[in-house]
Design a protein around this ligand. Sequence first.
Ligand code: FPP
Length: 244
Amino acid sequence: MGATPVAPAGAVPTHVGIIMDGNGRWATARNLPRTNGHQEGLEAAKRIVRAAADLGCRYLSLYAFSTENWNRTPDEVKFLMGLVGRHLRKELPFYTEVGVRIVHSGDTARLPKSVQTQLAGVMEDTAGFNRITVNLALNYGGRDEIVRAVGRVIEGDAASGATPCGSPVTEERLRGALDLPELPDPDLIIRTGGERRLSNFLLWQCAYAELYFSDKLWPDWDHDDLREAFADYACRTRNFGGVR
Ligand code: FPP
């Protein structure tokens, strides 16, 4: 049996996922509507995209809207979709300056048509940038992604004329049917805002991710907070189920 890889201590995480929590509380603490918190949360997201690129992280997954977030009030959902759509429409100069390639994970079909169009446009316009890849998880749920991946595997079997029982399902086949199979698994998942759970984020991909929880609310996050999270990550020993 080959030796299980052990990640070197001190490495910058290649792929970081962030659960950006605390926008509503940030606003409520200032007697502002929750939507102001989301607006500030978007500014924080831009700060952190730049910081992640500066710190040498190559992939950043941002949990911007979950499959469960449709349960919020219609006004909040409408505001969030509008915020994302406007951001995608006007931030090409920002993505160009930082060198950001935008990709998307989640079920596109339920997003408003305007957001689908903006998303497709910005993905095309940024496809050639390679300093950092930012995955916008929009209408994303880990369970939903796995269910859709299983569907693609079954469709692939039908299209290839496989036997009625299909061809064997392997980890590789299922992984290849996920929304962004070309992205490496996240090394580090950060959740802000004091909660300590994954909330359906990247469930398949998180099998060996290190977890980092911060009490700070998302709109308050900046470069130093990300640097601190990376420093904490650099001290972890990752055995991937093996031994040191
Ligand atoms: C969770 O805070 C935050 C969200 C569900 C929305 C996050 C979206 C953004 C920050 C916009 C980012 C968009 C792009 C394009 C990167 P919450 O509302 O659950 O906060 P609470 O727990 O304090 O109520």
